[in-house]
Design a protein around this ligand. Structure first.
Ligand SMILES: Nc1ncnc2c1ncn2[C@@H]1O[C@H](COP(=O)(O)OP(=O)(O)OP(=O)(O)O)[C@@H](O)[C@H]1O
Ligand SMILES: [Mg+2]
Length: 381
């Protein structure tokens, strides 16, 4: 988290910014070893010395908070006024010019490993399965080849897609992780039949033995950390994206998933990582602290670099009162990682689960489906 403390004598500027610019700024800053606040301050200095940069498209801009050196917000506001620009336009111009003059050191890389996203939060019922599934659907609809892994022994994802779980005694993800499988992993996958996914959305269903995952893996003497990576390796080449729907706990299985989504050599920042559905309430903040600690401990102990790609604030309803709105602002203020999407609690989401139909098939034109498409776009950028 990079919310600076009060002692650093910084002042907060609230301004709207498009998700694309926010994301590009975050990635480019990290690539250049800077934090996002310093990158924003650098962008503004550059902008103050450029008389009339071209106008930038700011459609879709959303609230964004940034801490600037003391006096920064006032100077920025005054400069926008003197140029007769809105603050949204001023900031968009500043960041766009900064990105153009600070190219990515990784631009030379053309190929990237398969994108691996763990949708994780140990808090139960926050919408992990809903988000993992909706995101996978939207990515497949947009043309990507997606593997959605039901990594939760409860098997909610599997049942909500109306897919039978893997039969007992057959190969499962766990048997592949233990090196005990007989057949190729591809034999366990199921393609969703809906036309809109074009045969590109495959699911690795849950199996009952997943309940034993932590116990069985604890006995594995050699290669435990990488056993999920080894299990999925044979199919990685067939996909653009692999999404794991995480279980509601912080056990060994989650550690392995965190390990799996770590940044690989040559992989761009935020290409893979952990996406965290959260609610606008205190217990979600407490849960995030624990998850963040687990990720940091994992990184410290193994040397893995693990990107937290962002939050999805779920079931948000501003009418629930001041406290809910305050916690929502709290998530927004955590600029690293940022809020990538906000979902309301809506009937179509419930119905899709209850009727066991994918959301984009059940309610393709609904606001929730469009939020999933926006999220897919942002994560595929
Ligand atoms: N934004 C939403 N609108 C409507 N229904 C939702 C929304 N988000 C989640 N739900 C529903 O709420 C229930 C709980 O969500 P979900 O199963 O995705 O949570 P989870 O974090 O995966 O839970 P678990 O911790 O048990 O795995 C599901 O029936 C789901 O369809
Ligand atoms: Mg779930």
């Amino acid at each position: 988290m990079t919310t600076p403390s009060a002692e650093e004598a910084r002042a907060k500027l609230l301004v709207n910014l498009t998700p694309e610019l926010r994301r590009d700024l975050r990635i480019r800053a990290a690539e250049r070893g800077m934090n996002m606040q310093d990158a924003a301050a650098s962008a503004l200095s550059l902008w103050y010395s450029s008389p009339a940069p071209p106008e930038v498209d700011t459609r879709g801009a959303r609230s964004w908070g940034v801490f600037l050196p003391a006096g920064g917000p006032e100077r920025f506001t005054a400069e926008c006024e003197s140029r007769s620009l809105t603050k949204v336009q001023g900031m968009a111009q500043a960041i766009t010019s900064w990105l153009a003059s600070h190219p990515s050191p990784s631009d030379r890389l053309v190929t990237q490993p398969v994108k691996r996203i763990l949708v994780g939060n140990q808090k139960g019922g926050v919408g992990k399965t809903f988000v993992a599934s909706g995101l996978a659907q939207a990515m497949a609809e947009a043309g990507l080849r997606v593997l959605l892994v039901d990594y939760d022994p409860q098997g909610h994802l599997t049942s909500r897609m109306q897919i039978p779980g893997l039969p007992e005694g057959s190969d499962s993800l766990l048997t592949h992780m233990l090196g005990e499988a007989d057949k190729h992993l591809a034999r366990s996958l199921v393609a969703l039949p809906h036309e809109r996914f074009g045969g590109r959305l495959h699911v690795l269903p849950a199996s009952k033995d997943a309940f034993l995952m932590d116990a069985k893996l604890a006995l594995l003497q050699v290669g435990r950390d990488t056993c999920l990576a080894r299990a999925l390796a044979p199919v990685e080449g067939d996909y653009d994206v692999i999404i794991l729907d995480g279980p509601p706990n912080l056990g060994l299985a989650i550690d392995l998933a965190i390990n799996y989504v770590q940044r690989r050599p040559g992989e761009l920042i935020d290409h893979s990582g952990i996406l965290m559905p959260v609610w606008s309430d205190r217990s979600s903040f407490d849960a995030y602290k624990m998850l963040n600690e687990q990720i940091e401990t994992h990184s410290k102990m193994t040397g893995a670099v693990v990107d937290q790609v962002g939050f999805v604030v779920n079931a948000y309803d501003s009418r629930k009162g001041v406290v809910t709105r305050a916690f929502y602002e709290g998530w927004n203020e955590l600029t690293t990682p940022g809020v990538l999407a906000t979902l309301k609690d809506a009937i179509e989401g419930r119905e899709a689960s209850d009727y066991q139909v994918p959301l984009l098939e059940h309610a393709p034109d609904s606001p929730q489906a469009n939020v999933m498409r926006g999220l897919a776009k942002e994560l595929s950028a």
